[in-house]
Ligand binder design. Structure first.
Ligand code: CP3
Length: 339
């Protein structure tokens, strides 16, 4: 059905002729084409809510960088918004929520989002699928419940997320109520993405690394596991928990196909801990793309040598930074595809 289904085969553990590659934050500010499309929207939120524009920037990296998958252009914060917490994306600063979660009433007031509340994402997926015309699969995504909870309590980014973690110590029952509501909303949302045409799903647990092991199991992985159980029967699922190498053995037990790795763990150790039952995805340091072409090529070779060609999806260990040269990104993609 697909002209190129390498990534789906790699996720399912089927044989591939070469290693597939896509890049986190590939639809973004490294591309002048993205900036041109973004300039047509009033602000980030209007951009995300415009299915034509969102579909357009979803396809750009496939056309320009030659990656083996598209990822739908959206943001993880659309779920808190659909649950009743609107946000703004402040230029050069990041997200900001005018209202945050502080009490039981705040949690009771949140609604459980339905796929229909995020119809603009579903429309963007349908348009992107049409434009892709089966060239490569389309990845849908959502934030992991803990990472979304962290933003919903703090109201913005944070180095420590100490206010959100305070909830675990002072209000553990409320924390679980909040996480459960986010989880139910996310399952509804991801089922909608799959129905609209998403071929695989990635969960982003960007703030996994601020939690200790026991807290990670209790407040994060438990809910990721519920989402995997609901979605994995439908399409392949990838779990990317940044800085959570301390929990890789636990993640190996999830009903997911692929585990995303950041650059702080070496591939051989990850494979030993996780075993052969999962596909691994990652894990170059995005800063490596500031290097010269010789270094980029050597890194690509080492990645494929260390991870192996099967059960592997090449990617970075986190998203591209805005000032990375798109020619270097394309060079890196071509290096992996040539191996
Ligand atoms: O990967 C892709 O290309 C698809 C699009 C995508 C965006 N956000 C678009 C975006 C994805 C997958 C995300 C996920 C996301 N959003 C995460 C998880 C991944 C990660 O990086 O850890 C998180 C934590 C967010 C929340 C968020 N969105 C922040 C903190 C910021 C501001 C900082 C930043 O990186 O710019 C955003 C804004 C955002 N989301 C931009 C894009 C392209 C930049 C906005 C712009 O165009 O100026």
């Amino acid at each position: 059905m697909y002209k190129n289904d390498l990534i789906l085969r790699a996720a399912k553990g089927e044989k591939v002729e070469r290693v597939p590659i896509w890049l986190m934050r590939q639809a973004g500010r490294i591309l002048p084409e993205y900036k041109a499309t973004r300039a047509r929207a009033k602000n980030f939120i209007e951009f995300v809510k415009n299915p034509e524009l969102a579909a357009e920037v979803t396809i750009q990296p496939v056309d320009i960088l030659g990656v083996d998958a598209a990822i739908i252009f959206s943001d993880i914060l659309v779920i808190p918004e659909a649950m009743g917490l609107p946000y703004q994306m402040i230029e050069a600063k990041g997200p900001n929520f005018e209202k945050t979660i502080q009490s039981k009433k705040d949690i009771d007031d949140l609604r459980i989002a339905e796929a229909g509340d995020l119809d603009y994402v579903m429309q963007a997926i349908k348009l992107a699928k049409k434009d892709l015309n089966n060239r490569v699969p389309l990845i849908g995504f959502a934030g992991a419940p803990w990472t979304l909870m962290a933003y919903m309590i703090e109201g913005s980014g944070s180095k420590t997320f100490s206010q959100a973690k305070k909830f675990f110590y002072q209000e553990p029952t409320l924390a679980h109520q909040l996480l459960e509501k986010i989880t139910q909303s996310t399952i509804n949302y991801l089922k909608g993405q799959v129905a609209a045409g998403a071929d695989m799903i990635q969960l982003f647990d960007s703030w996994a690394g601020v939690l200790g092991h026991d807290q990670y199991l209790e407040f994060s992985l438990k809910y990721i596991s519920k989402i995997c159980d609901a979605i994995e029967p439908l399409v392949p699922v990838t779990v990317f928990a940044k800085d959570a190498h301390f929990a890789l053995a636990d993640m190996a037990k999830l009903n997911c196909n692929t585990i995303g790795l950041d650059w702080t763990i070496n591939p051989q150790d990850a494979r030993i801990i996780i075993g052969n039952g999962k596909t691994l995805q990652g894990n170059a340091d995005p800063c490596m793309l500031y290097a010269d072409e010789k270094t980029i090529e050597a890194t690509a070779r080492k990645m494929v040598a260390d991870f192996g060609k099967q059960r592997y999806i090449a990617n970075l260990g986190h998203g591209l930074y805005p000032d990375i040269d798109k020619n270097k990104v394309k060079f890196f993609v071509d290096c992996i595809k040539g191996l």
